[in-house]
Unconditional design. Structure first.
Length: 108
């Protein structure tokens, strides 16, 4: 991966990914006994860790989102006096999903 490729890759990374790479760079540099540089850290992380990291992040996001949907379903079903089932899940998605994702990613 060239320096240009590295810069392009860095521009395409999320803030969470950049933080993970900074941590990865720290440990690579410590192991090497010198600063390995951001380009190398990005390339190494993309090749060796990105797929697993992204998979785990997605799994955790889906799990946490499901918990929020279940809470919403319970609250709305209690208010209605009956189990609203999937309609409460759809309601949460329409009303809260975008905001939840923005908040989750640190956006406003």
């Amino acid at each position: 991966m060239t320096e240009t490729d590295s810069q392009y890759a860095q521009d395409e990374l999320s803030e969470e990914e950049r933080k993970a790479i900074e941590t990865h760079k720290y440990f690579l540099s410590r192991e090497a006994g010198r600063d390995v540089g951001m380009g190398y850290a990005i390339a190494h992380w993309l090749v060796h860790h990105a797929s697993r990291w992204r998979h785990e992040r997605l799994r955790k996001d889906l799990e946490d989102q499901w918990k929020e949907i279940e809470k919403h379903k319970w609250i709305e079903s209690e208010k209605a006096g009956t189990d609203l089932g999937a309609s409460a899940a759809v309601d949460w998605i329409k009303k809260h999903a975008d905001e939840w994702r923005r908040h989750r990613r640190g956006g406003s």
